[in-house]
Design a protein around this ligand. Structure first.
Ligand SMILES: [Zn+2]
Ligand SMILES: [Zn+2]
Length: 290
């Protein structure tokens, strides 16, 4: 058995260990030093948000049993992708791959905010009325499938080493739980860390109900993309404790909290002018409630 085969075989175990480890750590941190008081009971939100995570995991396993690692192995066997075509030292290939995949994730995130139909899917992530470790994994199954297809395309073009693909997925997963945490780093530390990496305070701005704040800070791992592309906002106007989390409409628990409503959310309301070119915040608009 080669190293690649071994990694593919134990991919689920590797991901599960990191998921449970970071999840437990963040849950502990949130209970010790919460950044904001939660507006809804934790048990209700967690059971519904994690129910969605379970559904998404099942969907991906059924649709794409080989997952991104399988596609990377397939591309490597055939010599597809830039890094298979122009080999560079292994360590460089890993770094280039992780950074390139992070840029694609950033651009994808901008895209789902910009295109009205895709915003309908992505607003399931934003409709959460609170912001904590479970928000980080709360995405509509169709958006999860779309993400996976974009990832497959990226891998075929890039030809990253298998290890880089797994490393990136583990980092993305861990960082999503970290930067959605209802926690805060001390001010001085946050300012240093966010020069390079996204912090909980930085990404929380993105979950503001205010349109211009929600249309900023799209990064999940590296903080450089937002600064480079001009989508960076340092702090929410109302402050971290005073800001409102969620989207303007669809604040009833039926849509914002309960799993059946979350699954139906992309398909309700009219197409709105929220998405493209909307950087104002005086006139709420993310579709009429049904
Ligand atoms: Zn978003
Ligand atoms: Zn988020």
């Amino acid at each position: 058995m080669t190293f690649s085969e071994l990694v593919i075989q134990y991919e689920i175990a590797i991901r599960l260990i990191f998921f449970l480890g970071i999840f437990g750590l963040m849950a502990w941190w949130e209970s010790r030093a919460p950044r904001r008081p939660l507006s809804l009971p934790r048990a209700v939100r967690w059971s519904n948000n994690l129910g969605l995570v379970f559904l998404n995991t099942l969907t991906l396993r059924l649709l794409f049993p080989a997952a991104a690692v399988g596609v990377a192995a397939f591309a490597a066997e055939r010599g597809w992708g830039l890094l298979n075509y122009y080999p560079v030292p292994f360590a460089w290939a890993v770094v280039i791959s992780v950074v390139a995949m992070d840029l694609v994730i950033y651009l994808q995130h901008v895209l789902v905010h910009a295109v009205p139909a895709l915003w309908r899917l992505h607003r399931v992530h934003h409709a959460d009325l609170d912001y904590d470790v479970t928000t980080g994994a709360r995405f509509h199954p169709i958006e999860i499938i779309l993400s996976m297809l974009i990832k497959f395309a990226t891998i075929v073009v890039l030809g990253p080493p298998l290890v880089a693909v797994i490393l990136f997925e583990v980092i993305l997963n861990a960082m999503a739980m970290f930067n959605h945490g209802n926690v805060g780093l001390p001010g001085w530390l946050d300012r240093i860390v966010r020069l390079l990496f996204v912090t909980p305070d930085m990404h929380r701005v993105h979950h503001s109900v205010e349109d211009n704040e929600a249309n900023s800070n799209f990064g999940f791992n590296l903080a450089i993309w937002d600064r480079l592309f001009g989508t960076y906002i340092a702090q929410p106007r109302a402050g971290h404790r005073g800001m409102t989390i969620g989207i303007h409409r669809y604040r009833q628990p039926k849509w914002a909290t309960w799993l059946p409503g979350m699954l139906a959310l992309p398909f309700v309301g009219r197409i709105s002018g929220y998405a493209i070119n909307r950087r104002e915040w005086s006139k709420p608009d993310d579709g009429d409630p049904p």
